[in-house]
Design a protein around this ligand. Structure first.
Ligand SMILES: Nc1ncnc2c1ncn2[C@@H]1O[C@H](COP(=O)(O)OP(=O)(O)OP(=O)(O)O)[C@@H](O)[C@H]1O
Length: 286
């Protein structure tokens, strides 16, 4: 039975302690505690405006903390895939040139990253002509260029069709396994990420609940935040997953009695976690 990796004693790759962040006068993140360990795959879920992007950027040091601390392991290499790609439409640029704008890696690293993400055949195509899915892979390839210890992916599957989403999450899982890097990603694709992550962080300004997807799926705060969607994600999760993945990639069968009892019928009834700053913290580990 896998335990919460964050509970181990290994030094964290990144750790936030009592982190609070404001944007302008508005409090966006409220006393966040989290630690990311080598090799784990963690997903941040939460409604629009709940502070997911802000959390990633604060962990990267791009946004200052009002309170608390962010500690990154010395020499940590991070590959960041931002939510949006800003390219000047009047300046055509090929995929290979786009990757070359990154100061990380040379042409061999670019080729490897393109091959790994399945876009090597597009190297000489203009970025502006790539499809939504191809663009997301280009951003992922760029994030791989500096051989990251951790990938931080902000809604990697946005603008990608349903089949493409499944493939993209599989690709992310494969990259994680083959490179041994950690992954911290923001996603709205509950049904896909619940089945594919070691740990879920449910964010709404504060951490509403966190832990193994199976535990989070049962949590009233999760069901309250996502309503009927949560129940549907849970159904998919139940249907497809009769096993756990250990952090090392092993497969451990679920106990027979561990079928999820909460059908989600009460989704939306618990309003204890609908406002970023009026909720309470309750953490679940393991
Ligand atoms: N530069 C900024 N100045 C002022 N407020 C900001 C700024 N950036 C973000 N915010 C506000 O902070 C809050 C959190 O935004 P953030 O982008 O982190 O949320 P999110 O959970 O990633 O949302 P989404 O799911 O829509 O991408 C929002 O209310 C947003 O309006």
């Amino acid at each position: 039975m896998p335990t919460d990796v964050a509970a181990t004693t290994a030094p964290a790759l990144i750790e936030a302690s009592n982190l609070s962040v404001r944007r302008g006068a508005v409090p966006v993140l409220d006393h966040i505690d989290l630690a990311l360990q080598a090799g784990e795959i963690v997903c941040i879920i939460g409604p629009n405006g709940s502070g997911k992007t802000t959390l990633l950027r604060a962990l990267l040091g791009l946004i200052p903390a009002q309170d608390g601390t962010v500690t990154r392991r010395p020499g940590l290499r991070v590959g960041y895939m931002p939510q949006r790609l800003a390219i000047d439409p009047t300046l055509p640029i090929t995929l290979d040139r786009f990757l070359g704008l990154s100061r990380n890696g040379g042409s061999a690293a670019r080729r490897q990253a393109m091959q790994e993400t399945g876009i090597a055949h597009l190297a000489d195509r203009p970025m502006q002509g790539l499809s939504g899915g191809e663009t997301q892979r280009a951003l992922l390839a760029r994030a791989l260029l500096n051989q990251p210890d951790i990938l931080m992916l902000d809604e990697p599957a946005q603008g990608v069709d349903v089949n493409g989403q499944v493939e993209l999450y599989e690709l992310i899982g494969r990259i994680r396994r083959e490179r041994g890097c950690a992954v911290l990603m923001v996603s709205h694709d509950l049904h896909l990420v619940m089945a594919a992550t070691d740990r879920v962080i449910c964010l709404n300004g504060h951490i509403c609940c966190t832990g193994h997807p199976e535990d989070v799926s049962r949590d009233p705060a999760y069901l309250s935040l996502f309503g009927p969607r949560a129940a549907r994600a849970l159904a998919v999760y139940q249907h497809h997953h009769d096993h756990h993945h250990t952090p090392g990639g092993g497969v451990v069968p679920l106990h027979e009695d561990s079928t999820l009892e909460n059908s989600g019928e009460n989704a939306g009834e618990n309003a204890g976690c609908t406002h970023p700053h009026h909720g309470h913290h309750h953490y679940h580990h393991g």
